[in-house]
Design a protein around this ligand. Structure first.
Ligand SMILES: Cc1cc2nc3c(=O)[nH]c(=O)nc-3n(C[C@H](O)[C@H](O)[C@H](O)COP(=O)(O)OP(=O)(O)OC[C@H]3O[C@@H](n4cnc5c(N)ncnc54)[C@H](O)[C@@H]3O)c2cc1C
Length: 310
């Protein structure tokens, strides 16, 4: 029977529907091969021969493809249970390479991780947080990646696994620029490692976007402050994202803050020259000048928020 009212595709397809369509098309053709190893050893062996692309939560992978199909071998690492989850080791916290943002939100973590947890709650929506991984956020290396400033402020390191063995490097070195990292194509980011030295430090994360949710930031700031027994700043770590090709620590400001009383009003110590290392751009979201002004205010507010958190 002929349909009187032929079914029509909705005029506007959601991003999720486009991702699903792309996925179906991607693996129906002969140009790509989909592999889902069960162990890290299997995965690094598959990646040892050139042409493999890593797929984790897919929340950056598929949008980056647009309407194109993935080429070559897609190595889906979502079955590598051994690298999912958060554990406490001698002197450090290990966030496995397959740990999602929701895992971070749920985990009982020391006080200095409050900024990372706040950032996790800002990543997209709950659905995105359930799929998207911390490692994917770092490897995608967007200047606006929410996970980067808190992890920089925590002095995080990354562990890269390949068939040749493991190597570690500081996160600030791993991130080489806009969408650039020092990861070799045969390497899996197996873990993010955070030293426990500052576990009792206060921390805060603030993100400014054009709207409250599901937004790419105009600027974002993560602060970790360790006070001494006399109530003065012993150590301060401050990172700003979305205002340079990669998020940066404000080292000059960090030095200025050491020794100041850790109390209300500390934000007044932040001066425009402390943000001179930032190189914000004019784009659809904001002008460079607005980004500079907003970042200064965010840094001041994040410092005040640290004082006020118990
Ligand atoms: C609707 C929507 C909203 C979003 N909102 C935000 C937001 O507010 N803030 C934000 O920061 N991000 C946001 N994102 C981006 C994304 O969700 C995060 O960056 C997420 O953490 C990426 O993780 P993933 O597991 O999905 O990575 P994937 O998409 O699977 O991979 C991303 C890249 O990293 C590589 N990769 C992944 N895991 C590894 C690994 N272990 N080792 C080596 N390489 C790896 C992949 O090959 C790929 O190049 C959003 C995305 C969507 C679709």
């Amino acid at each position: 029977m002929r349909r009187l009212f032929p079914a029509r595709r909705p005029a506007v397809q959601s991003r999720w529907h486009r991702i699903q369509r792309c996925k179906r098309r991607a693996f129906s053709g002969a140009q790509s091969l989909y592999l889902r190893p069960k162990t890290l050893d299997e995965a690094v062996t598959l990646l040892a021969s050139p042409g493999g692309q890593i797929l984790a939560g897919g929340t950056d992978f598929y949008p980056a493809l647009g309407e194109r199909l993935p080429q070559g071998r897609v190595v889906d690492i979502t079955a590598l249970r051994e690298i999912r989850g958060i554990s406490f080791e001698a002197g450090q916290v290990r966030i496995g390479g397959l740990t999602t943002w929701s895992d971070v939100i749920r985990a009982p973590l020391p006080r200095c991780f409050n900024a990372l947890k706040a950032a996790a709650r800002e990543v997209g929506s709950v659905q995105i947080q359930n799929r998207g991984t911390v490692a994917g956020n770092l490897c995608n290396a967007s200047p606006a990646a929410d996970g980067v400033p808190p992890l920089l402020a925590l002095d995080a390191e990354v562990e890269l696994a390949s068939s040749a063995g493991n190597r570690r490097m500081q996160l600030h070195q791993f991130l080489a620029g806009n969408r650039k990292t020092l990861r070799r194509p045969d390497e899996i980011l197996a873990a993010v490692l955070i030293p426990c030295r500052m576990e009792n430090a206060a921390s805060a994360f603030l993100k400014l976007g054009a709207r409250r949710y599901l937004v790419i930031s105009i600027s974002m700031v993560a602060v970790v402050v360790l006070p001494d027994a006399a109530g003065r700043v012993a150590e301060a770590h401050i990172a700003v994202g979305s205002c340079s090709a990669k998020a940066l620590r404000l080292r000059d400001l960090e030095r200025v803050l050491v020794g100041l009383p850790f109390k209300r009003g500390i934000g007044a110590a932040v001066m425009p020259e402390h943000l001179a290392c930032l190189t914000p751009i004019d784009d659809v979201r904001a002008t460079a000048n607005y980004r500079r002004d907003a970042s200064l205010t965010l840094v001041q507010r994040a410092l005040e928020a640290c004082v006020e958190t118990p």
